[in-house]
Design a binder for this molecule. Structure first.
Ligand code: SF4
Ligand code: SF4
Length: 367
């Protein structure tokens, strides 16, 4: 299939898994000193990484992750320490390079324990940049991650992609329904779906959480009013009435965890906040390296980290998982605490409902 068509299809239906072949891929003409990178077997991601690395000689390990993108796979328990360890052991990469440094995508830090990978394989884990396009600059100066490389920006390209991903399936359903009931309304309703998806992802973080619901209700009223004004028959009115639930579902969906921009909402009632125990901090700066919201700043003078922007925290748990000194945890205003061991043991993050039901309600784990 043509690359462009493939990308368009995978963007429009990115909620579906798009697995690609796992294993070791040479990029350019890699040698024994070339960098080794790993990503999930989501076809769109692998092709983007390969494109970004054009002109670079590197080894790329594609790990089994259910054909899901890195962020969702790691946060949802599909791209784990086990997948990384088994890919390192079965790919034969150890025989092809002289070093033992593995570069992982930064957004995999919620699910992969860097320290555990080292204990089990003696490969040192580094977390690279958020975006594949920054890989060449990162590889040229490892460890020198700029703020732009570490922070999820959710720029217009991400917003457009998410709008297409949510708008296309709903347009397909609404358009199909309209074609069956009232063909003349198919195009306007598809346009309405596209406009609503665009509006949602343009305004996502700029309007109150219930804003999309108001937009959906307004669109529904407009849709029905326009249908009646045009003198549409019963089928047209039925189509206009059928669209609202679909649009409302799209617009009121809990996006928590869909992007690293949206905070977790699952345990909102407990008001969990990220907490730094400065006495334990040894200045390893792993938290600084992996936080997708750049909540941490390095204090090179004291060799400690500063939790400078905790208000940005989306409760992904990446810093808690990676901190080798267990200096980070989640605490609630009533004094309850989720210890790092619990986060690691249950692959628990507070982003959404995907993995959160597995342990936090156990009294012995929340204290
Ligand atoms: S909090 Fe943990 S990961 Fe962050 S600098 Fe301190 S020891 Fe390192
Ligand atoms: S501070 Fe919050 S957003 Fe940043 S890595 Fe930790 S849990 Fe995730």
């Amino acid at each position: 299939m043509n690359d462009l068509v493939k990308s368009a299809l995978q963007t429009a239906f990115r909620m579906l898994p798009w697995p690609t072949t796992t294993g070791l891929r040479p990029i350019g003409t890699p040698g024994r000193a070339s960098p080794v990178l790993l990503t999930s077997n989501y076809d769109l991601t692998v092709r983007r990484v390969e494109r970004a690395l054009r002109g670079v000689d590197a080894w790329l390990l594609v790990a089994p992750a259910g054909g899901i993108n890195v962020w969702c796979a790691a946060a949802g328990g599909h791209l784990t320490t086990h997948q990384v360890v088994s890919t390192l052991r079965t790919s034969g990469i150890a025989e092809r390079v002289d070093h033992r440094v593995l570069v992982l995508p930064q957004l995999a830090a919620t699910g992969i324990e860097g320290l555990d990978v080292f204990r089990r394989t003696h490969w040192r884990v580094r977390f690279g940049p958020v975006r594949a396009e920054d890989l060449p600059a990162y590889l040229a100066a490892p460890g020198e991650k700029t703020d732009a490389m570490r922070r999820v920006s959710f720029d217009w390209r991400d917003r457009l992609e998410m709008a297409i991903a949510w708008g296309a399936p709903s347009a397909l359903v609404v358009g199909g329904l309209a074609l069956l009931l009232q063909p003349a309304w198919a195009l306007p309703l598809v346009a309405l779906c596209a406009a609503m998806a665009l509006a949602t992802f343009t305004l996502l973080d700029r309007i109150p959480r219930r804003g999309p619901l108001i937009l959906g209700a307004a669109a529904t009223l407009l849709s029905v009013a326009a249908t009646l004004a045009a003198g549409g028959g019963a089928a047209a009115v039925a189509t206009a009435i059928a669209a609202p639930p679909l649009l409302t579902a799209l617009l009121t969906f809990d996006y928590a965890g869909s992007t690293p921009l949206e905070g977790g909402s699952h345990f909102e009632s407990r008001d969990w906040r990220i907490h730094l125990d400065l006495d334990r901090c040894a200045g390893v700066f792993r938290c600084w390296e992996v936080c997708p919201e750049a909540c941490f700043e390095r204090d090179d003078a004291t060799r400690k980290v500063i939790l400078a922007h905790d208000e940005r925290c989306v409760r992904c748990g990446a810093c808690v998982v990676q901190c080798p000194k267990d200096a980070l945890s989640f605490v609630a205003s009533d004094g309850a605490r989720i210890a790092p061991a619990t986060i690691r043991r249950y692959k628990l993050n507070l982003l959404g409902r995907r993995t959160a039901d597995t342990g936090v309600d156990r009294a012995s784990d929340v204290h």
